[in-house]
Design a protein around this ligand. Structure first.
Ligand code: NAP
Ligand code: FE
Length: 366
């Protein structure tokens, strides 16, 4: 067996009512918090109120920044950080999908080093003020990963900040997902599935990450009928949130692989939701492995699919992908993806520019 490290420092609470029940976990993080959310969902699903009630009960002051859009950009993070610094905020609470949780981590990095401005985001050794994450989608697993993905308009793509920031505390309450529309539920569930798949097949996988993924895949398998029907009873919401946290714990060890790196351009250029961008590339990615690869066979078995075609048909059914692409788009995405040696190195076999182009072609010109 290869040598490996396993690291997961986040204090996680899972279950309905967990914020109120375990609010004491926030008591020592600071005297003033910034609650970081998207524009409306955290108000509607009750997560914002649960958190602010808990802060009030603990005697912790708070300010609200509720302007995080989807795929947050550096400019928004910078604006929030300036407010946090002026307000003397001591810790952050990101509530929402991956966008507010990732933004919360990035704001926390900037607030920890006010003199550095946005340079702090690109310093791999940068520290952050304490951060709490409350997921309200079951997809990114950001509450248990060290990544924060921001949109960089200057580079016309998205990228993880260099600083690696794990949340100090994560509250995973599936009830916040009761308000999640079917489209977002399916897109985010597919994001989590791609975390599981990319982690499992990565050159960086190890015995523990693969064990976590096998559990995640078997939980995902139980959710397949609900994702197809677009109906999600409470037990399915529980399973989806558990599965997405397992996906996060796995990519925290291995990082993501080709579909994530290739999909960022589909999000930036065509506006595809993050999970959909990865999902549309997944069948071609899995088929890039040589026939008979034992890990591919095992993952299909865990999911209950006979072959990669069944996996692809399932993804087509649960996603609603309608974007149109040109030949020039495929060439552009391929060139841009080839600028990411780190992602290419996660693929355990040799990979050429032509392979990447063909994966885009198979996926987007069906
Ligand atoms: P999102 O961009 O956070 O949210 C998508 C939409 O869903 C928003 O309109 C949001 O509304 C709404 N929403 C969120 N929770 C809801 C709820 N409970 N009920 C109703 N609507 C709700 O989507 P996401 O897919 O979770 O996150 C995507 C981001 O995470 C991308 O930037 C991606 O790159 C990143 N990501 C990060 C990691 C990581 O490890 N850090 C991993 C994968 C992906 P509001 O705006 O009103 O809140
Ligand atoms: Fe993702």
């Amino acid at each position: 067996m290869n040598n490996f490290r396993y690291f997961m420092p986040t204090d996680c609470y899972f279950g309905r009512g967990c914020v109120s029940e375990h609010k004491a976990a926030m008591a020592k993080l600071g005297k003033k918090a910034m609650v970081v959310t998207g524009r409306s969902s955290a108000k509607k699903n009750g997560a914002q109120k649960d958190i602010t009630d808990a802060l009030d009960a603990l005697g912790i002051a708070w300010v609200l920044f509720d302007e995080i859009g989807e795929n947050p950009d550096v400019e928004t993070v910078e604006r929030a950080a300036q407010i946090a610094i002026a307000e003397g905020v001591e810790f952050f609470i990101g509530i929402g999908g991956g966008s507010p949780m990732d933004a919360g981590k990035a704001i926390s990095v900037m607030a920890a080093a006010p003199q550095k401005g946005t340079d702090a985001l690109w310093d791999g050794d940068a520290k952050a003020l304490p951060i709490v994450c409350v997921p309200t989608t079951a997809g990114t697993g950001s509450e248990v990963t060290q990544y924060a993905i921001l949109t960089l308009h200057a580079k016309k793509t998205k990228s993880s900040i260099a600083a690696h920031i794990f949340a100090d505390v994560a509250y995973l309450d599936p009830k916040y997902m009761d308000t999640l529309p079917a489209k977002t539920t399916n897109n985010t569930a597919v994001d989590a599935l791609t975390h599981l798949i990319e982690s499992y097949l990565s050159a960086r996988a190890n015995a523990v990450s693969r064990g976590i993924v096998e559990m995640g895949l078997s939980v995902f398998r139980e959710c397949i009928p609900a994702l197809r029907k677009r109906e999600y009873p409470a037990e399915v919401r529980d399973q989806l949130l558990l599965m997405s946290a397992l996906g996060g714990a796995a990519i925290a060890q291995t990082m993501t692989s080709l579909p994530h790196g290739m999909g960022y351009f589909l999000t930036y250029e065509k506006g595809l939701a993050h999970g959909m961008a990865n999902g549309v590339l997944t069948q071609a990615y899995v088929e890039q492995f040589p026939a008979g690869d034992a890990h591919v066979a095992r993952l299909l078995e865990c999911l209950g699919f006979a072959d990669t075609k069944e996996l692809g048909a399932f993804l087509d059914e649960v996603l609603e992908h309608e974007a149109i692409y040109t030949e020039a788009d495929l060439e552009y995405y391929t060139d841009r993806f080839m600028e990411q040696p780190g992602k290419i190195a996660t693929f355990p076999y040799p990979l050429t520019r032509e392979d990447i182009y063909n994966m885009y072609r198979k996926s987007l010109m069906k």
